[in-house]
Design a protein around this ligand. Sequence first.
Ligand SMILES: Cc1ncc(COP(=O)(O)O)c(C=O)c1O
Length: 394
Amino acid sequence: MNDIAAHVPFRVPFLDLKAQYSGIREETNAAVLHVLETASFVGGPVVETFEHEFAALVGAKYCVGVANGTDAITLSARAAGLGPGDEVLVPANSFFASAEAISNAGATPVFVDVDPATFHMDPERAAEAVTDRTRAMVAVHLYGRAMNMKPFETLASKHNLVIIEDCAQAHGAAMDGDTVGASGRLTCYSFYPGKNLGAYGDGGAVTTSDPDLMRRLRILRDHGSPGKYEHSVVGWNSRLDALQAAVLSVKLPYLHRWNASRRRLANKLAAALADSPVIPPAILEGKQHVFHLFVVRCSRRDELKHFLDEMGIQTGIHYPVPLHLTAAYQSLGAPRRGSKPVTESLSSQILSLPIYPELSDEQMGYIISALRQFIENNHLSAPMDFTVSERASV
Ligand SMILES: Cc1ncc(COP(=O)(O)O)c(C=O)c1O
């Protein structure tokens, strides 16, 4: 440890789940105890209650709890009839699971470059990637920012494509006033512990307003079984368990408040970074960002990350390797380096700063002063290669 690291006034972890638990300890303990005492661990009333509550929160008719967010996408793809020979458009900048889930359904992900302002799938690049085998797309509301779905809806109706929404990072995010998921399309969530709505283990869900899709999902998640020892298709064992559902029901009423805290902190951080060479995230008019991640862009990202590390501030990179360049997809014949220039350049420039409801104003002030120190020490000025549109405010 060098001199700076030894004397940092704060340690700011990237995430602080212990702090979140301490605010909901009694109700969580009681809910977990209730499951232990009733001994209904898989399925049952606690899971059903959460499914109803979550469907109501997003504004969809149905919610089908599953084992994790990856399965939510795989089962959605299978429920929509996708399989071998089908191509599915997937953004090159996302967590691996957005593509992996499609491969696990037997279909082929086709990677699409992202928009340099939002870091979401670029609708023009998506249109160029459509072939006569394209059947669907995975629309990822990455980082907690609701996507602008309109151009994708137009593309989908032109080519008769299924839209699967990956909402793993966007619980409660809204588009023009509608919570993501309210469209009633297949919308997939992860409840991995660090998510905006996180369980105390793995968990996931699909929401939809289509009763046929809901029925297929319920069968697929439970060994292809419409009733005990009946198996109409080969499915999965991918059920949300009652302990996780109990925790999620405790946390659900806090979601909007927690998202508002994330937004308040994000506004502070973005205002402090306005016109700086560390570029804050942009959002589109009418889109409600829930800041699962606060991703800045900086031409000297690695130095910035190292400096913040030394100041005791943990950061992350989401994501350091574009999906088409991962070893897994290179070995499956994905296009080489140079094919998705925006995602490839972002992967060396993006940095995720700590953002969570429990982050104190003091900690946020410390992050801001560390960023200012880095900018001053390095005599950085706003780089010319980023355009004005990439600087829209939060
Ligand atoms: C964008 C995205 N999609 C899918 C997933 C997969 O969710 P899970 O980890 O619950 O399988 C994640 C979770 O990390 C994610 O961030």
